[in-house]
Design a protein around this ligand. Sequence first.
Ligand code: ZN
Length: 216
Amino acid sequence: MDDKERKLRLQICDIGRNLFNKDFIAANDGNISARLNDNEIITTPTGVSKGYLEPEILVKVNLQGEIIEAHGDYRPSTEVKMHLRIYRELPHMGGVVHAHPPYATAFAIKGETLDKMMMPESVIAMGDIPLAVYGTPSTEEVPDSIMPFLGKKTAVLLESHGALSWGKDVMAAYMNMERLEYTAKLTFLTRMLQGERELPADRIEELVALRSFYGM
Ligand SMILES: [Zn+2]
């Protein structure tokens, strides 16, 4: 195993612990992956808590979903299909995170997109967060549901299920998941205060213009 692969495996374990500690996943839920090269990714195994991952139990699969390397009985999640779709469609994307963070998942169950431009960092980093229509987990319905957003967004709500994010590397994908949940939480809290208040249109334009400055 080269240094790059070792580092990616450690990063995935680290992100798994963060997702778990932040309450973004329950029990064995969620999955994380990172691109190793043009045709291979490292991903989390099914049936284990992502809060207690070890680098050697992660699984290597190719972009067709075939297992290249797996320790013992560890197998990739059936939800890896949505990860693979992103890697196949977007060659410059290096990481994908799927979780069920509670505020975002509540909006996903309600079927409401997060489209209020209320807070500068959320506007710059994400803009609106759309909703991908419901598909049965493990089927091609889920990857099909995210197709309209690939190349346009880096995070979506999965209707009645949870959230999916991606980025240039696995850390960026994780950051997008954090930002998505933070935006959902703010939307919830401001609504409780009856204080949902969008920035003025000219202020939103200023923030959108800043995206290239921040390399987005
Ligand atoms: Zn899920």
